[in-house]
Design a protein around this ligand. Structure first.
Ligand code: AMP
Length: 184
């Protein structure tokens, strides 16, 4: 289904488990492993993403470390496009380019391989995907990194958006944002 109705969204939302106080007190962790091990729900979600993106001019799907790899790789396979992992600093074996971003305390860095978006096109289109957007720091750094590497981030896609944190606001300056499910 290209567009999900309220019932579809409730169905998917109910397959995601809440883990209170993980990884620290006060955080409600949205555990997508319960969606992944429900074959009907996972198929339903992937069918929706495939319907949404199959007619868009996408050259690569880039997933954010680590849960973005699951949805990103499955979608790239369906779209018959290449998959690019955007990884935490120090994990990729070849030459990388990186982008730092702020955390509550200190900073973190994500990286891609320098030749990750190698293409016949001068500026290939990249769909960015992650399981969840919270403050938006990680996704903003990832979209900037895609642009920095000479490709174009055509859209950032999330399974869940914690809208009360307004994480997509800064990201919208860089790329379009699509969230399958929203939690206010
Ligand atoms: P942020 O940079 O604040 O938008 O955080 C996004 C990243 O942290 C994503 O890769 C998420 O997988 C993870 N994350 C942040 N908050 C949560 C949460 N409440 N439940 C599950 N994952 C989260």
């Amino acid at each position: 289904m290209k567009i999900l109705n309220t019932q579809d969204k409730l169905y998917l939302l109910e397959t995601i488990r809440d883990i209170p106080d993980f990884p620290k007190p006060g955080i409600v962790f949205k555990d997508i492993t319960t969606l992944l091990n429900n074959p009907k729900a996972f198929r339903f979600l992937m069918d929706h993403l495939h319907q949404r993106y199959k007619e868009m001019d996408i050259d690569f799907v880039a997933g954010i470390d680590s849960r973005g790899f699951i949805f990103g790789a499955a979608l790239a396979d369906r779209l018959e496009k290449g998959f690019v992992p955007i990884r935490k600093q120090g994990k990729l074996p070849y030459t990388t380019i990186g982008e730092k971003y702020s955390l509550e305390y200190g900073f973190d860095e994500i990286e891609i391989h320098i030749d990750a978006f190698k293409s016949d096109k001068e500026k290939p289109n990249v769909l960015l995907i992650d399981d969840l957007i919270a403050t938006g720091g990680t996704a903003k750094a990832a979209a900037s990194l895609i642009e920095k590497s000479g490709a174009h981030c055509i859209e950032a896609c999330f399974i869940l958006n914690l809208t009360f944190l307004h994480g997509d606001e800064g990201l919208k300056d860089i790329t379009k944002v699509y969230s399958v499910l929203e939690i206010d």
